[in-house]
Design a protein around this ligand. Structure first.
Ligand code: ARG
Length: 464
């Protein structure tokens, strides 16, 4: 078979080496982007007077047919014909359909910029889908927060009980991280929004192409600054992989929290039967497999980022075939991320809060900060209050008791500032109600945060 570059060679490439270098197996995912880029390029060539109106019309018609066939027939864009990559596939199909006019399409253009434009077009259409999948996960958290109502739980630092919080406050903490992921993808979209065409193989193109018009036609707002840079630039792939890695780190931490909080030891939430699996041996087991898999898959996405940075780091300026490695990393990261978002959404959607259990864990010595604040309100410097309460905690630990079991006289043994009002002041509910700042767990602040998240959700792109 003749390849796009066969003219220069006396013999055929080694079949195994050709297969080794071929990317069609995975870059056929760029099919519609490649056709789109080629349609715009043909129109650009025609506007520049390089293609006759007749040839341009034939190319447009041929590419439209190819796109249609690709959409209608799932078996059409397949590696059966021995094409090297998706660009070769589309060009061969075009020439088969329209002959000579098709052979003029590649005038002034290179696959080096073609693959760059395809990948950018691909991300421009796929990133919004990933953003929607993140928003759908946030929606499940919001729904669970509504169901949790005014339930309390402990918050943790060092995985030791820290202070009481509303369960909804904990749930919204994960929404905050997920919203950053949406924003980060917005920044990747901005980076991607640059037209590489007009760069040729590396030095630019010798035809008077109106790149501004081409950018407009393809929906890019900026033109690449430098043709050499275009040829070898895959920074935007690294940026996407970074966004995906952090997104997966967030999902992994979510998974870890719910693996813990649905365990017998915590029991703050009950996992739905649909989101768990049993043991082949131990009849009592209800395992959180989907969450464990999400946590596990984060490793491979972080691996794609690391691998890709290492691939880029030693490359000389301009295109190098190493760059072909970008696509499998990118596609797998995207698939893994979206798959994990769906899994997490479904697990979160099936959780039942166990308010009684989590509230029980939110009472006891984790109110120590509130006791110290009580003394501060009576005028004691905080550092002194901390010491008083520290001693009190030591005593209670020795005696196996908690604050609410102390008599007024026992309180006063530790400080004369403790009045009879201390009993009502030191409860989990009083603790959250005392919080004052907008990012705190005060019920008013959490209600506002929940409303804000719902507002944000309503402003996200609707599902297609
Ligand atoms: N399949 C190639 C890639 O993914 C397309 C660019 C090929 N360019 C070249 N000069 N061989 O990078």
């Amino acid at each position: 078979m003749a390849h796009l570059w066969s003219g220069r060679f006396a013999g055929d490439p080694d079949a195994e080496l050709f297969a080794f270098g071929s990317s069609f197996r995975f870059d056929r995912r760029l099919f519609e982007d490649d056709v789109r880029g080629s349609r715009a390029w043909a129109a650009g060539l025609a506007r520049a007077g390089v293609l006759s109106a007749g040839d341009a019309a034939a190319i447009e018609e041929g590419l439209a047919q190819i796109l249609q066939k690709g959409m209608d027939d799932a078996g059409f864009v397949t590696p059966d014909h021995g094409d090297e990559d998706v660009h070769a596939f589309v060009e061969r199909e075009l020439i088969t359909r329209i002959g000579d006019a098709g052979r003029r399409l590649h005038t002034g253009r290179s696959r080096n910029e073609q693959v760059a434009v395809d990948l950018r077009l691909y991300l421009k259409r796929r990133i919004p889908d990933v953003q929607r999948a993140i928003a759908a996960t946030i929606a499940q958290f919001v729904e669970l927060a509504d169901r949790a109502g005014d339930a309390l739980m402990p918050s943790y630092t060092h995985l030791r009980r820290a202070q009481p919080v509303l369960v909804s406050h904990f749930l919204l903490s994960h929404c905050a991280a997920l919203r950053r992921d949406v924003d980060r993808l917005g920044a990747v979209l901005h980076e991607v929004d640059e037209l590489p065409l007009g760069s040729g193989a590396i030095a630019g193109t010798a035809y008077p192409i109106d790149v501004t018009g081409l950018a407009e036609a393809l929906g890019f707002t900026r033109i690449a600054r430098n043709s050499i840079d275009v040829s070898g630039d895959r920074d935007f792939v690294a940026s996407f992989l970074h966004a995906a890695s952090l997104g997966m780190v967030h999902l992994s931490r979510i998974a870890e929290d719910f693996i813990l909080f649905t365990s017998e030891e915590f029991g703050f939430f009950e996992l739905s039967d649909a989101a768990a699996t049993g043991s082949s041996l131990m009849p009592q087991k209800k395992n959180p497999d989907p969450l464990e898999l999400v946590r596990g898959k984060s490793g491979r996405v972080v691996g794609h980022l690391t691998g890709w940075l290492v691939t880029m780091k030693g490359l000389p300026a301009g295109y190098n075939k190493d760059l072909q490695e970008d696509k499998e990393a990118l596609f797998d990261a995207e698939d893994t991320w979206v798959g994990c978002l769906r899994a997490v959404s479904s697990v979160i959607g099936g959780l039942t809060p166990n308010a009684a259990t989590s509230a029980r864990a939110a009472a006891g010595l984790l109110l120590a900060t509130d006791v110290a604040d009580y003394l501060v309100a009576k005028g004691l410097p905080f550092r002194d209050a901390h010491e008083v309460v520290g001693a009190l905690v030591r005593r209670l630990l020795n005696e196996g008791r908690t604050f609410d079991e102390l008599s007024p006289a026992e309180w006063r043994q530790h400080s004369p500032l403790f009045g009879d009002d201390v009993r009502q002041a030191i409860t989990p509910l009083a603790s959250i109600q005392k919080k004052q700042t907008p990012q705190s767990t005060s019920p008013a602040a959490v209600a506002a945060a929940l409303a804000d998240t719902k507002d944000w959700l309503a402003r996200q792109l609707p599902h297609k």
